[in-house]
Design a protein around this ligand. Structure first.
Ligand SMILES: [Ca+2]
Ligand SMILES: [Ca+2]
Ligand SMILES: [Ca+2]
Ligand SMILES: [Ca+2]
Length: 441
């Protein structure tokens, strides 16, 4: 390879920073692995080292555009980015009892087009340490320990889709699975190219999963967020979610949660739920209809010392699918709000032109639970509700997924948001576009 080219690539990736941070991390990994390997050294001689590895790589390129997030036609605040991303996952089996996992993501974000009324954004590189952990199986009878940076993800990502640093213990027996964890976000910065303040919130999660009958899953969770700084948010979530198949044609899901705890001196007391069902017709292209309804409580009196707004954990991603092959933001691709002071009614219609392809058309109607002035929590649209009207608007999304070519996934996601009275008479529509191509090696 041409040495000048190699150098410019390195310089571009801010080599000095990588070197210090990566060296630090590599040293830690090596130490961990050495420690874990020691007791099994004798065994390891019997098996070729290469057979102990499992490697998977994914290359994904995405084009994303978000238009008119301020709902003001007079300003040009569009942003379009192009993102190539390479992820590498490496699993290694030290012994029958000990295994390790490393997941790295190299990403470059190019700003393709940017409206003049938006703060200029730079192209960015990231080298993300997504996961790095050790698993110790049979620590005690049926108990597994996972230590390090690890992913927390529930099926619908309603509770969390995040990588957290810490310890997690799993216990499994006859259809009952228990999990207890103590973690923190970003003890070590995620992007190795960037020095960031480490997170300060401790998480203590308890989870119980069981299968009351075949094709039905239940999951209870109790999550404590402990932020030691003053005026901090310290919510506690208690919830239950489940999904299953009633007949071959009918699937359902539900989730309900209560938030308690405190934010500074304010007590938190909110409730939220999300439920729905999908019915499949047994004809060509398997048409399917989905109905869903989600509600997060609001707060009518900001001054009574009790905040009755529901909120999600902040680690959620609200992403899943109905009867198609492709995941999408199920509260709307363009608004994509957190379920807080909000009701969302959803109707979906989907078809499967072939086994591994799908087209979904989804409609949402949004209303505030209480008319409150301000931005919507977690939403991509940045306009403010007026505090007089509860009607936030409607959205139509079109999701196409094509996974028929082996190792290749093609996706298109279009979202169109039409603001309601709460954003004023002059508010104009916002839309989002995403094209993605993913290749798995
Ligand atoms: Ca605009
Ligand atoms: Ca994830
Ligand atoms: Ca209140
Ligand atoms: Ca996700």
């Amino acid at each position: 390879m041409d040495p000048t080219l190699t150098w410019s690539v390195w310089r571009d990736w801010r080599a000095p920073r990588i070197r210090t941070l990566a060296a630090d991390w590599v040293a830690r990994c090596v130490m961990l692995m050495a420690l874990a390997t020691m007791p099994v050294y004798a065994e390891s001689e019997r098996e070729a080292v290469w057979d102990r590895f499992e490697v998977e790589a994914t290359l994904e390129t995405r084009y994303e555009r978000l238009s008119n997030r301020d709902l003001d036609a007079a300003t040009a605040d569009d942003l379009a980015v192009f993102k190539p991303e390479l992820s590498v996952d490496i699993g290694y089996r030290f012994s029958d009892r000990v295994s390790g996992f490393l997941s790295l993501d190299a990403e470059r974000r190019f700003v393709v087009d940017q409206g003049r009324d938006r703060t200029p954004e730079q192209d960015q590189s990231a080298l993300d340490l997504k996961e790095l952990y050790l698993d110790i199986h049979d620590l005690w009878d049926r108990v597994r320990l996972r230590a390090g940076r690890q992913e927390f993800e529930d099926r619908r990502e309603w509770v969390y889709d995040a990588e957290l640093d810490g310890l997690r213990v799993f216990f499994e027996r006859q259809g009952l699975a228990l999990e207890a964890s103590a973690t923190r976000e970003n003890i070590v910065t995620e992007n190795l190219l960037e020095k960031r303040e480490p997170g300060r919130v401790n998480h203590y999660f308890l989870l119980a999963r069981f299968t009351p009958a075949a094709q039905h899953d239940l999951e209870a969770f109790y999550l404590v967020f402990d932020d030691r700084s003053e005026d901090a948010e310290n919510p506690v979530f208690l919830g239950l979610q489940g999904q299953g198949r009633v007949t071959d044609a009918l699937d359902y899901w539900f989730a309900l949660a209560q938030v308690r705890g405190r934010e500074g001196s304010t007590r938190l007391r909110g409730q939220g739920f999300d439920l729905g069902a999908t019915y499949r017709f047994d004809t060509g292209w398997t048409p399917a209809i989905t109905l869903g309804y989600a509600f997060g409580s609001g707060d009518s009196d900001p001054d009574d010392g009790v905040d009755r707004n529901f909120r999600q954990t902040g680690l959620q991603d609200n992403s899943y699918r109905f009867n198609g092959v492709e995941n999408f933001q199920f509260y709307g691709q363009t608004l994509d709000p957190e379920l807080s002071n909000l009701s969302i009614a959803t109707v979906g219609f989907g078809i499967r032109p072939s086994r591994r392809s799908s087209i979904d058309l989804i409609y949402h109607r949004y209303r505030q639970a209480e008319a409150v002035e301000g931005r919507l929590r977690g939403a991509r649209v940045r306009a403010r509700a007026d505090g007089e009207h509860r009607d936030l608007g409607q959205a139509v999304d079109l999701i196409l997924g094509y996974h028929e070519i082996s190792q290749l996934r093609l996706r298109t996601k279009l979202g169109y948001f039409m603001p309601g009275k709460a954003f004023g008479e002059t508010a104009s529509n916002a839309y989002s576009v995403e094209f993605g191509v993913e290749y798995r090696f």
